[in-house]
Design a protein. Structure first.
Ligand code: ADQ
Length: 518
């Protein structure tokens, strides 16, 4: 049996007592690794003075962990700089926030090169390698350059923008050409697939045939694999959490009394549209004063990437907007908006989602958005709440039964809040049952197994995701096992071993060189 090697920017180590968020991606990857027996390689999250020249693998059950520290200069250039100040805003269509420096780009390529050097001694000939996310785009090319011929897959968790946007990045042609070093490239949505393929054609002269794209001597399959959550586990967590009425639930919902609750849960990130959402809630209360005193917005937003200036500014802005709206609209016994800037346990989150009549998920741009799926999973099937979802979240391409909104249109979001709060139970039930059927049939286990089967060359159904406004056929929610598999769809190509083995590894000249620092 082939061994699975997962590579991600950060690795959470059980050995070090680090906790993996229950039900999250890390849990899914860990269980895939345990099933196949595997290795998980990446950054420890720590820094030290000198770059490591080797790593000491640590075995924990059937999974071997191999982590390396970064130097502080590498953390600054590779992680905070190129990954989070250049690629993150660029991939989220935010050219105005994209900060490029050659020093950062050199650091990014340098860390990818070092990851390749450290990983190679740990590889076996039959391993299949699964690399995750934008921090590690050139890693496969670095591995190929050093002679690695294993099957290598990549999954891109965030959006991929059109060529006009991606092409604004200096060295974009070189960087995008390295994608051809993968055998299988997984994206969240067909839109991201189309953008990547047309970007490769436009920027590095790649040739395409269907979902296959060829650049230099290599060919990759690009395909949508919309990520899911562990629906059944999250549903159980929500039920248990409400029953137990744990402290965070009591403290949050107690003062609400019989008032309705609108909830937003996000990392504090400008891509999530938090400030625009607060403004939309203010507009809703101004336009519909009959709701004042009868409903509150709870926004949970733990700070992330606080070392990046744009995030510190967002932190300040969200406090300012919430403070202004509360001062203008609040009463002595009612605060319309509460912003809580801390991480909650998964159990507390699940309970709060279930208590909320409206889930307000309005990112300006998002790869998938798991909060939308968690909100649906947590609902009481007898009396579900309503999901309001940005059309710019990847999830909107599957969850057409949500109230789909344009987050740039404050008035439209405000009206959707009003519609959601007034929605009759029969319509809430109808929408919920379809949403729940969709998230159950494309859960995290479906996602992992479908991707790995494609990467390892098995002939499995490609499945498909549903375009906006075209819900999947209704299935009975109550009967859903959470493990239902999609029907066969032959429209998307599969990665097949034979299709790839005829191409040679990327030649050294096709690989990016670090630009001179400066
Ligand atoms: P993120 O940008 O982190 O993920 P998202 O998909 O919403 O966005 O996942 C966030 C996760 O963090 C959810 O599981 C949520 O419950 C949890 N979380 C958020 N706030 C929390 C809080 N206060 N306390 C505890 N937990 C909290 C990236 C991409 C997404 C893509 C995912 C997975 O940006 O588009 O969906 O990867 O591929």
């Amino acid at each position: 049996m082939m061994r699975l090697v997962v590579v991600s920017n950060r690795v959470t180590m059980p050995e070090r007592g680090e906790k993996v968020a229950a039900g999250g991606l890390a849990v899914a990857l860990r269980s895939a690794l345990e099933e196949h027996g595997g290795l998980w390689f990446g950054w420890s999250g720590a820094t030290k003075a000198e770059p490591a020249s080797s790593v000491e693998p640590i075995r924990h059950g059937k999974v071997t962990y191999a982590v390396t520290d970064l130097t502080e200069a590498e953390r600054q250039s590779y992680y905070l700089g190129f990954a989070n100040r250049a690629l993150w805003p660029l991939m989220h269509y935010r050219l105005g926030l994209t900060e490029f420096t050659r020093t950062d780009y050199a650091g990014y390529l340098g860390v990818n090169r070092r990851f390749a050097r450290l990983l190679i001694p740990l590889l076996k000939p039959d391993d299949i390698i699964w690399i995750h996310d934008y921090h590690l785009i050139p890693l496969a090319a670095e591995l190929r350059r050093r002679g690695v011929t294993n099957r290598i897959g990549y999954f891109h968790h965030i959006p991929w923008p059109p060529a006009e946007v991606f092409g604004a990045l200096p060295f974009s042609s070189t960087l995008i050409s390295t994608m051809a070093a993968y055998d299988l490239i997984g994206m969240q949505t067909p839109n991201d697939v189309a953008n990547l393929i047309s970007g490769m054609v436009a920027l590095c002269g790649a040739q395409r045939e269907g979902n296959r794209v060829r650049a230099g001597q290599r060919e990759a399959v690009v395909q949508a694999f919309p990520i899911g959550i562990d629906v059944e586990a999250f549903r159980k967590l929500a039920v248990a959490s409400m029953r137990a009425a744990t402290q965070p639930i009591r403290a949050t919902t107690g003062p609400l009394g019989s008032r309705k609750l609108v909830i937003g849960v996000d990392r504090l990130d400008y891509s999530k549209g938090i400030v625009q959402r607060l403004e939309a809630f203010g507009t809703f209360l101004r336009n519909h004063p009959e709701h004042r005193g009868a409903v509150g917005l709870l926004q949970i937003a733990p700070p992330s990437r606080s070392d990046v200036p744009e995030y510190a500014e967002l932190d300040r802005m969200s406090d300012e907007v919430a403070g202004r709206l509360n001062a203008a609209l609040g009463e002595f016994d009612w605060t319309p908006i509460r912003v809580v800037k801390k991480a909650y346990s998964r159990s507390a989150l699940a309970g709060l989602y279930r208590r909320a009549q409206v889930g307000l998920v309005t990112p300006m741009r998002d790869g998938m958005n798991l909060v939308a799926k968690e909100y649906v999973a947590a609902q009481n099937p007898e009396d579900p709440g309503v999901l309001i979802l940005s059309r710019f979240a990847g999830a909107a391409q599957q969850l057409g039964e949500a109230l789909i909104v344009n987050p740039f249109d404050t008035h439209e979001v405000a009206e959707a809040i009003r519609t959601a709060l007034a929605m009759p139970k029969s319509e809430r039930l109808r929408r919920f049952e379809r949403l729940y059927a969709t998230i159950s049939s494309t859960d995290i286990e479906w996602w992992t197994s479908r991707y790995l089967a494609a990467l390892s060359g098995l002939d499995i159904p490609s499945g498909d995701i549903v375009p906006p406004g075209q819900p999947k056929p209704l299935r009975s929610t109550r009967k859903s096992s959470g493990n239902a598999k999609p029907t066969r769809d032959n429209t998307l190509p599969h990665a097949s071993r034979s299709a790839h083995s005829k191409f040679d590894p990327v030649p050294a000249k096709a690989l990016p060189n670090a630009p001179s620092a400066g």
